[in-house]
Ligand binder design. Structure first.
Ligand code: SAH
Ligand code: SF4
Length: 392
């Protein structure tokens, strides 16, 4: 398969265009099609000369994820299941802004994106790792989740009022490139890298995708509006600390002692809390930025009040806030969420220790919003229908 054009960075494309003796404005036109208009086919790029399009087609492919199913409605959490060019399935979750909380316009959204097909890290509570690891997503498959959703939103009857795209010039004459939408002007204005997969295990492709989305020609989503969540790959946390861009970091902690963490997160054997904490300290001092500790509350596993003291110590040491999330049950797994009083008591004990803690009511509980669940169900259903076909 040819490399996808959206997995190329601007410098590579500029060098390619220079070798074809193309004037600089042609590259801007191309980038306008790729990132401002989120083109799904070469044919749409009507102001690029046919000969240039033929040259591009010969060396690059152009694919956006294809929508398989969508759950949820416009005003609630919506979950998208995508099929990639090789047939693999991935998920993204679109979460509406809460204007009352953050003062955002109500048509703005946070998008939770996937970075791998499956996950090799095998956290015991998580649906994403249940079927093991299949492959890394390429940069265009990571950024493509945002572009495909915005394309869908533009064409969606649900939104109704969004204006149609201006008709491009068919003459092929030079015209000024379309500006990419500003991040305060787009449907997705926050990104959390918390979907399927361990983002730090696909670091280079993730960074290529995020740099593109952050660049003025690629969409201009501010780095501060992009949060990367990791189960704790300490060396990559240090790499992120050394990166000039100001992406935010969230740590999936889920246990404040090695004993508890090891029970549910095998990654803790490779990077125990001592290493993870040191890497986080490095990030915090290098970036001068606050990190978030994510803590899923799982009944009988990590919800005892005895965990709140070591958790508070860690939060103080890292100047971190704590996000408490009641566990979202996964079909086939034995874990459950604690009752509301236990969750409230846990949050209260942390606050008593002087920690900034939020208890998040998981959005989208009813639509399998926890990562990996919709894909697993669909794969099972597809496997069943394949079985049915071969048996008939
Ligand atoms: N691999 C990365 C990012 C993807 S997981 C990581 O682990 O951080 C995103 C978040 O969802 C993690 O905090 C993960 O622990 C959490 N999660 C996984 N399964 C969950 C479930 N069933 N209920 C609630 N949160 C879950
Ligand atoms: Fe992978 Fe994150 Fe799920 Fe752990 S929680 S299995 S690292 S996706």
């Amino acid at each position: 398969m040819l490399p996808d054009i959206r997995s190329q960075n601007r410098d590579t494309l500029a060098a390619q265009f220079a070798s074809w003796n193309q004037p600089a404005y042609r590259l801007d036109q191309l980038l306008g099609w790729l990132y401002a208009r989120r083109a799904a086919s070469w044919d749409e790029m009507s102001n690029l000369p046919k000969a240039l399009r033929a040259q591009l087609v010969a060396i690059y492919s152009l694919n956006l994820p294809l929508l398989v199913t969508k759950q949820g409605s416009r005003d609630t959490t919506q979950k998208f299941l995508w099929r990639l060019a090789d047939g693999a399935l991935i998920e993204s979750v679109l979460i509406p802004a809460n204007p009352a909380l953050y003062g955002e316009a109500s048509d703005r959204h946070t998008l939770c994106i996937s970075t791998q097909v499956g996950c090799a890290y095998g956290c015991r509570f998580c649906a994403s790792g249940l079927d093991g690891f299949k492959r890394n997503l390429a940069p265009h498959e990571i950024s493509g989740q945002i572009l495909a959703i915005e394309r869908w939103a533009d064409s969606s009857a649900e939104r109704g009022t969004r204006s149609a795209e201006p008709a491009p010039s068919a003459s092929g004459t030079p015209r000024s490139p379309l500006p990419a939408p500003r991040s305060d002007d787009r449907v997705v204005n926050n990104i959390v890298v918390m979907g399927m997969g361990e983002p730090m295990a696909n670091y280079d492709n993730l960074m290529t995708a995020l740099r593109t989305l952050n660049a003025p020609w690629g969409g201009g989503i501010g780095a501060r509006r992009i949060t990367i969540s990791t189960s704790g790959l300490a060396p990559r946390i240090r790499d992120l600390a050394n990166d000039p861009l100001q992406f935010r970091l969230a740590i999936s902690l889920h246990g404040a002692t090695d004993e508890v963490r090891e029970k549910i997160m095998p990654v803790n054997r490779k990077y125990p809390l001592r290493d993870l904490t040191a890497a986080c300290e490095y990030y915090v001092t290098h970036k001068g930025k606050m990190i978030t500790l994510e803590y899923i509350l799982i009944a009988g596993v990590n919800d005892s009040l005895a965990q709140t003291r070591p958790l508070a110590d860690l939060a103080h040491r890292l100047h971190a806030k704590v996000n408490l999330i009641p566990y979202n049950t996964v079909e086939g797994l034995p874990w459950s969420r604690p009752d509301d009083e236990t969750c409230e008591a846990f949050a209260g004990a942390l606050e008593h220790e002087g920690v900034t803690a939020t208890l998040r009511r998981e959005k989208g509980h009813d639509i399998d919003a926890a990562c990996g669940q919709l894909r697993l169900k669909t794969e099972k259903a597809e496997a069943n229908s394949e079985d049915a076909k071969t048996q008939s």
